[in-house]
Design a protein around this ligand. Structure first.
Ligand code: HEC
Length: 200
């Protein structure tokens, strides 16, 4: 390893270590000193993976049953949607070809870009969303700060699971507009939590 780093210095005939050798040794020792074992891989339950995948691609999670998580986070588009601002509930098509339907035109474009989701289930991701409004916080209910009125009501496995509560109660993303379905009505009335709430 050291030979690889210092390259031709170790091959010098006079064998006097150059400044580079000292520098490389110092760098190597520093990096070896900071090496630590990686965390054990999480316990994987195959059934849960299959359930998560099926729900992620299933419009059944949306108020009007017309959009799934994958519509905006599709593997074909790097787990995003190929749009600068997404077209949520009420649109039609996938990726850059997604357009608004005249009959059910969304009230607004999704106001932010849909980020890719690779690796976000790893424990090191404790803050999510562009503005960090889902974040690990020991003082918040069940350990995660959430947007006001959308606090967690039960334990979750991590930030990713906490975040997944939000798209389904967003009128623009998945819930739909008031008058269209029960979830959209509850969202419009600010009834997210508790019995009869949008998450009930
Ligand atoms: C209509 C498009 C749309 C749908 C549908 C949608 N998302 Fe998103 N997603 C977004 C946008 C836009 C953001 C960024 C929002 C923000 O930061 O305010 C986002 C952010 C996220 C993030 C955070 C990524 C990060 O790096 O911080 C996760 C995780 C996520 N979505 C998962 C889901 C899941 C799970 C579903 C289904 C329950 C879903 N999304 C449905 C558009 C969508």
């Amino acid at each position: 390893m050291l030979c690889l780093i210092v390259g031709r210095d170790v091959g010098d005939t006079n064998m006097k270590p150059s400044r580079n050798v000292y520098l490389a040794s110092a760098l190597l020792l520093t990096s070896v000193g900071s090496v630590s074992a990686i965390d054990a891989t999480p316990q994987v339950q195959t059934e849960m993976i299959a359930l998560g995948r099926d729900l992620f691609f299933d419009p059944i999670l949306s108020g009007n049953k017309n959009i799934s998580c994958a519509t905006c986070h599709h593997p074909e588009f790097g787990t995003s949607d190929g749009l600068s601002l997404g077209i949520g509930e009420g649109g039609t098509g996938l990726g850059p070809d997604r357009t608004e339907l005249a009959a059910s035109a969304p009230k607004e474009r999704v106001p932010r870009n849909a980020p890719a989701l690779f690796n976000l289930g790893l424990a090191e991701f404790t803050t999510l969303l562009h503005d960090g409004r889902v974040a690990a916080d020991p003082n918040a209910p069940f350990g995660f700060a959430m947007p006001k009125g959308q606090e967690l009501e039960r334990p979750v496995s991590g930030a990713l699971a906490a975040q997944a509560h939000l798209p389904v109660t967003s009128a623009t993303e998945m819930a739909g507009q008031p008058g269209e379905n029960d979830v959209a009505d509850a969202v419009a009335e600010g009834r997210i939590l508790g019995p009869g709430g949008a998450r009930d």
